[in-house]
Write a protein that binds this ligand. Structure first.
Ligand SMILES: NC(=O)c1ccc[n+]([C@@H]2O[C@H](COP(=O)([O-])OP(=O)(O)OC[C@H]3O[C@@H](n4cnc5c(N)ncnc54)[C@H](OP(=O)(O)O)[C@@H]3O)[C@@H](O)[C@H]2O)c1
Length: 180
């Protein structure tokens, strides 16, 4: 089964920001979002683009990581993180559609966690979407925006909606399932 997991700021659809050449999230540290991300992805495999991989704070425990990476390019190796060029860890983008077709109805859960083009490609294969909307009293502008398809989710129905707050964020956790 394929599920999408992403967060964005609905005021401007801010999704990702590049700071000093590195990708990061366009809001201040948000522990409730990180806790939710951990809960919904625990025990699943994480599929991500190369830039998202490079923006992680480290390898996330309990979840195999699969990174889309062109075989002609060097695999991104980050300080303290060794990236092995094995089929378990690196997916050639030319095999992406076969991978999504294969896992669409499998028992194993694949969490697609970004970036944008990967989320858009995976959307037609997804059964569930965990979409988090983060509003902040210190809004930041980003250079990566969420497209309308991933904001509106037309072929999905909302099955769970929770609101949470901390000192600077209001967070809406939305769980969608594909309409039958
Ligand atoms: N708000 C959120 O939930 C969230 C989640 C994840 C990331 N982010 C943020 O978003 C930004 C990065 O996202 P992004 O969309 O720019 O990049 P991305 O999807 O993470 O990475 C793009 C790279 O992945 C490789 N790739 C090759 N084929 C691909 C394919 N078919 N689909 C997707 N990727 C492919 C390419 O690397 P090569 O050119 O090296 O082959 C491409 O440049 C960062 O700022 C990050 O912090 C936000």
């Amino acid at each position: 089964m394929i599920q999408l997991v992403y967060a964005y700021c609905p005021h401007g659809n801010h999704f990702g920001i590049t700071v000093n050449g590195k990708g990061r999230l366009p809001w201040a540290h948000c522990p409730k979002d990180l806790e939710n991300f951990k809960n919904v992805t625990q025990g699943t495999s994480l599929l991500m683009g190369a830039k998202t991989w490079q923006s992680l704070p480290g390898v996330l425990p309990g979840r195999p990581h699969i990174v889309l990476c062109n075989p002609d390019k060097p695999v991104p190796i980050l300080e303290g993180r060794v990236m092995l060029h094995t089929p378990e860890m690196v997916l050639d983008p030319s095999h992406l559609i076969d991978f999504l077709e294969h896992h669409k109805d499998s028992d194993a859960i694949i969490s697609v966690i970004g970036g944008i083009s990967l989320l858009e490609t995976a959307l037609p294969y997804a059964s569930k979407v965990f979409q988090t909307r983060i509003s902040s009293i210190h809004p930041m502008k980003s250079d990566v925006k969420l497209p309308e398809t991933l904001d509106k989710l037309e072929n999905f129905k909302l099955v769970e909606h929770k609101i949470s707050m901390d000192d600077i964020h209001t967070i809406a956790f939305n769980e969608f399932e594909r309409k039958l």
